[in-house]
Design a protein around this ligand. Sequence first.
Ligand code: TXD
Length: 321
Amino acid sequence: MARKRIALIGGGQIGGVLAQLIAQKELADVVLFDIVEDFPQGKTLDIAEASRVDGFDVELRGTNEYKDIAGSDLVIVTAGLPRKPGMSRDDLLMTNAKIMKQVAEGVKEFAPNAFVIIISNPLDAMVTLFQKVSGFDSNKVMGQAGVLDSSRFSTFIAWELGVSVKDVNAMVLGGHGDTMVPLIRYANVNGMPVMEMLERKYNDAAKAKEVMDAMVQRTKMAGGEVVKLLKTGSAFYSPASSAIAMAEAILKDEKRVLPTCAQLNGEFNVDGYYVGVPTVLGENGIEKIIEISLNEEEQAAFDNSVNAVKSLVEDMGRLGF
Ligand code: TXD
């Protein structure tokens, strides 16, 4: 069987970790594209020179030319600027929209059959723009945010309860911004509701709620917490790992149930917008959007998040994209 090929557009912090993870997992051959001359060539050479030690047989190639992404099965886009301390994701809109338009044109021309996972911020708007410019089917164009936001939420829950994070299932829906919606009611440890476990731990419902609210708040602000500590950029290990989970689900047809920034066409009462929702990812990309019932409070939070995405997309339209 021919090896798969993944093109990475953007060879910065996340792009570099993506290339290394793909190689270490022997998931596919890698083409790393960046506009900075020699930089992607240097990164891929560095990673390739670990192949004997790590024991992987994949080809890694750095390039500054779009034609080299030809034949890619999957494209992961991180091109764009990251946040600096004090910036919101939305502050990146103008700069990254210009970049995303170029990227979509390049991918459309040279890898027209690829699945595409966008990582660049502001996420929901960037996925929308990519899909619009490329004209690719919406099952093939998606964004990574929910896998990371859910992993952050799950990590905080595991720390709080002193249990293995492997047994924690918690999901975050909505847009990838401060309005994201961590689903408290569905969060569980091997099927046992997290809220119930917190109530038993503290023997006090009010305290349990307070602890959960703090974890929800930390999840919403988790990207900013890392930005503030790093000072020179934003999170890159965890976003890369999250996109790899999605890439593996697609390339290995795993049918994984992952929260994905997907185009909604009537699901959750949203029409024509990209928002984070539970999906099934497999060989056809987004194979299914899973609609779950939300109570009044959850629905209100979800609607609020969808409205934030809508206004961002409208801002982008006003900027001419
Ligand atoms: O979960 C998520 N979705 C995210 C998203 C979590 C964290 C960070 N997230 C966003 O990913 C972040 O806000 C940025 O918009 C992207 C990429 O973050 P990264 O940390 O990798 O940024 P870098 O290190 O600055 O890398 C960006 C690269 C850099 O090498 C530039 O030279 C390149 O993008 N770049 C381009 N590549 C191709 N084409 C064009 N036009 C271009 N312009 C810049």
